[in-house]
Write a protein that binds this ligand. Structure first.
Ligand code: HEC
Ligand code: HEC
Length: 284
């Protein structure tokens, strides 16, 4: 009996480890692509933020592509002319981020998947479900409410203002963990590009926050309207909110000190007096 039990455990362990260490096959690569690449790339669906990847393995040799996928920035910084041209054509000359866990096996599996071209199930370009009706003033207002957290997201994602600021929000500005979004509309490829981006944010922090709490298409639409409106109306790199923050803190400190001064008026003198008295009494 005991022997059978051990065999059973052995088989289970073997299955589990085979499962965990399974090679990134084309099936898995499809999922990886949807999660990590489709916010910026299509396969045959046209350019969004990055190039359309249809036929990419014919444009460039595989060894190069595998190296590029593992670290786009290094490749670009090395002065490689092909990479330099790609960056030239990217919106805002953005550099492609390295996907988490990228290694030669995964890079090859992704390229196989991309090469599968028409045969492989084409990923639906992220953001394809967004309506393309014109933005209205109401969209801008609703977007602002979402941004500020006055209106909750259906899937419970946190308000953008906790980490981002934007030129049109007054007061003390927003959080500073994420970049200023004032100019992001044009930088990430306008309505189509930014819409796709927000449908499946590809960067580490945004993905960890919104990956499981995806923004809904109508929420994205109003945020796009608001961010577009902000980029038309304001100037980024405005540090007045930082100045205001300091002014606010500094005047608060002065008021606090003044209050302490009033509350503890005479305290030093009375304390010192009793010490001196005790000393005089004890000492003489
Ligand atoms: C945030 C957007 C973004 C994400 C996410 C992204 N890419 Fe890119 N990708 C780009 C941009 C932009 C370029 C053009 C080069 C540059 O500017 O860095 C590019 C270039 C490429 C190229 C070279 C294209 C050519 O025409 O030679 C390949 C291949 C590629 N990406 C594959 C991928 C794969 C696979 C993933 C997912 C693991 C991915 N990318 C994720 C933006 C992105
Ligand atoms: C928990 C903090 C946090 C929240 C909440 C958050 N972001 Fe971000 N966001 C970041 C960080 C950090 C980055 C920088 C890239 C990264 O690490 O993901 C970023 C990057 C971005 C970018 C790309 C900026 C660029 O210049 O490339 C956009 C667009 C964006 N966020 C939009 C939003 C929107 C819209 C919301 C609200 C729905 C939001 N973010 C909520 C932290 C946050």
């Amino acid at each position: 009996m005991r022997f059978l039990r051990l065999v059973q455990i052995g088989i289970l362990t073997a299955c589990l480890s085979a499962y965990l260490s399974r090679p990134a096959d084309a099936q898995g690569a499809g999922a990886v692509f949807r999660q990590n690449c489709s916010a910026c790339h299509t396969i045959g669906g046209g350019h969004i933020i990055g190039p359309d990847l249809q036929g990419v393995t014919k444009r460039k040799d595989r060894a190069w592509l595998v190296r590029f996928l593992q670290n786009p920035k290094t490749m670009i910084d090395s002065g490689d002319p092909y990479a330099a041209q790609l960056v030239q054509d990217a919106p805002g000359r953005m550099v492609m981020p390295t996907a988490a866990g990228m290694n030669p096996d995964l890079a090859n599996a992704l390229l196989d998947y991309i090469e599968g071209g028409t045969a492989a199930a084409k990923p639906e370009p992220a953001g394809a479900t967004l309506s393309d009706r014109p933005f209205t003033a109401a969209d801008v207002a609703v977007g602002q409410q979402f941004f500020l957290g006055e209106r909750p997201f259906e899937n419970g994602g946190p308000a953008c203002i906790s980490c981002h600021t934007l030129g049109t929000i007054g007061g003390l500005g927003g959080g500073r963990l994420g970049p200023d979004l004032t100019n992001v509309f044009d930088r990430l490829g306008g309505r189509k590009g930014l819409g796709a981006w927000l449908s499946g944010p590809p960067t580490p922090t945004m993905q960890s926050v919104f990956g499981k709490r995806a923004l809904q298409p109508d929420e994205i639409l109003s945020l796009l309207a608001m961010i577009d409106d902000a980029s038309n109306r304001s100037h980024p790199a405005d540090n007045s909110s930082v100045v205001k923050f300091f002014a606010f803190g500094f005047s608060g400190m002065l008021v606090g000190l003044a209050l302490l001064q009033i509350a503890w008026r005479g305290r030093i003198r009375s304390v010192r007096r009793s010490i001196v008295r005790a000393h005089v009494r004890g000492g003489l």
